[in-house]
Design a protein around this ligand. Sequence first.
Ligand SMILES: [Zn+2]
Ligand SMILES: [Zn+2]
Length: 62
Amino acid sequence: MVEKVSYVEVTCSHCEGLGCIYCDKKGCVPVKAPAKKCRHCEGEGCIYCGYTGWAGLKGKYD
Ligand SMILES: [Zn+2]
Ligand SMILES: [Zn+2]
């Protein structure tokens, strides 16, 4: 069984929506719903969240 995972777009914490290399210059990133701040850095950005400040980043695993 494959669970269907939905994603939501959230504002990248690293650039606060301006666009940076971590969000592919989009200013937002897709994260697993419901969106949660990264528990490692509490939104500051670290290696675990790909420097976006969010947990469950699409394509990466927490
Ligand atoms: Zn960004
Ligand atoms: Zn983090």
